[in-house]
Design a protein around this ligand. Structure first.
Ligand code: GDP
Length: 195
């Protein structure tokens, strides 16, 4: 049976951690632009327009905070690695995101989105190494699982996990388009927000 959607309400956008509201335990979503982050957040909440699904990746350059009706918050972090983002924004990105990931005391889990068809990219690997080095709790979510042919799926799962230096079972596979894995990810989010 499908689980209830996460009840999320947009609260605020900010560029600095100190401007963010305190809503209790927080989980964040981060990933390369176009990885499917907005689609995934919308699927978790079963709302079409909650996070913007954009044809011009890189437009969403702010930390977006959503409150969760049963407590805690979900945070949508700006996508990384989009070449057409103006230079200044690109330069500010690491500082803004690294500051958030290192300083946010209420942060309990970072979901790192990796494109299930093509990932991990070198930037994804860099992100994962940085999170590991800094001891930031994180889980890899592979997106767009529907784009991988079923005959290639086992192989792709192994390759993606290996690329992330993880075991196959460590990765949560999802498809926002088809709904696969969404219930499991919702449950994971709920477990972390209830901490
Ligand atoms: P974001 O930039 O990370 O927020 O990515 P978006 O959610 O805007 O999605 C980027 C593109 O990937 C859009 O064209 C989406 O329609 C597409 N996309 C997102 N999720 C899926 C999925 O699960 N399956 C497929 N096939 N396409 C997806």
């Amino acid at each position: 049976m499908a689980s209830d959607p996460l009840r999320l309400t947009f609260v605020q956008s900010a560029t600095r951690t100190r401007d963010l509201p305190e809503l209790g335990p927080e989980v964040s979503f981060v990933g390369r632009s176009n990885v499917g982050k907005s689609s995934l957040i919308n699927a978790l909440a079963r709302q079409r327009q909650l996070a913007r699904v954009s044809n011009t990746p890189g437009r969403t350059q702010l930390i977006n905070v959503f409150s969760h009706s049963d407590g805690g918050a979900v945070v949508d972090l700006p996508g990384y690695g989009y070449a057409k983002v103006p230079g200044r924004v690109r330069k500010d990105w690491p500082e803004m995101i690294e500051g958030y990931l290192l300083d946010r005391e209420t942060l309990v889990m970072v979901f790192v989105l990796v494109d299930g068809e093509i990932g991990p990219t070198p930037l994804d690997v860099q992100m994962l190494e940085w999170l590991r080095y800094n001891d930031v709790p994180h889980t890899v979510v592979a997106t767009k699982s529907d784009k991988v042919k079923s005959s290639k799926r086992q192989r792709r799962k192994r390759d993606l996990a290996e690329g992330c230096m993880l075991e196959t079972g460590d990765i949560v596979w999802v498809s926002a388009a088809k709904g696969d894995g969404i219930d499991r990810l919702r449950d994971l989010v709920r477990v972390h927000l209830a901490q």
